[in-house]
Design a protein around this ligand. Structure first.
Ligand SMILES: [Zn+2]
Ligand SMILES: [Zn+2]
Length: 192
């Protein structure tokens, strides 16, 4: 799997932090992103999506605590157009030092850990991979109903036209209430 430059930015070196237990470091990253089929896809730097967090070292690893805030682009399930979704998610994850506290490790045995729920959060090659944190937290925080607007009119089932941009020519357009009265009058006339 090849890594994009944006993804690379989200892998943060923590070697210095690890040298001094309980030291902290502040990180701020801004990105541009959209929700793709398989998760968050970064589309640029300096976007509307911000990650602000403290990285704190402990004997067992690195804690990342902060928030993901801003907007992310995603597709409306009704009209299929891309729209900006606002989010503000508190994050708090722990990246374990490899070999510590995991399945079968000494610390793991001492703590009676038989199973580690999420073994992905590991300090790997002196770095924490915040892609994981961003992706997990955003994807689980997304609404089930993804709508550009509660009142989104969606697509015409016949011609596929986006009805938010106006009525299509399939004849399903709304009738002006004044014209509706006129039509009723005319119909009544016709019946006589
Ligand atoms: Zn829509
Ligand atoms: Zn239509």
């Amino acid at each position: 799997m090849s890594e994009t430059p944006f993804e690379r930015r989200l892998r943060v070196p923590v070697t210095n932090l690890q040298k001094k237990v309980f030291s902290r470091e502040r990180i701020t990253l801004s990105l541009q992103a959209r929700v793709g089929e398989e998760g968050v896809v970064y589309t640029g730097d300096q976007g509307d999506l911000r990650l602000e967090a403290w990285l704190e070292s402990s004997p067992d690893g690195i804690r990342v605590k902060g928030r993901i805030e801003g907007t992310i682009n995603m597709h409306c399930t009704r009209c299929l157009e891309e729209y900006r979704h606002r989010l503000d998610i508190p994050v708090d994850e722990f990246y374990r030092r490899p070999g510590l506290g995991g399945v079968g490790s000494e610390v793991g045995k001492l703590r009676d850990i038989d199973m580690v729920e999420d073994d992905d959060y590991i300090v790997h090659e002196g770095m924490v991979d915040l892609n994981l944190l961003v992706n997990d937290n955003i994807m689980t925080g997304l609404p089930i109903k993804r709508l550009c607007d509660e009142a989104c009119r969606g697509l015409c089932p016949r011609c596929g036209e986006n009805l938010n941009r106006g009525a299509c020519e399939c004849g399903e357009e709304e009738i002006d209430p004044r014209l509706e009265v006129l039509r009723e009058l005319l119909e009544r006339d016709g019946e006589e």
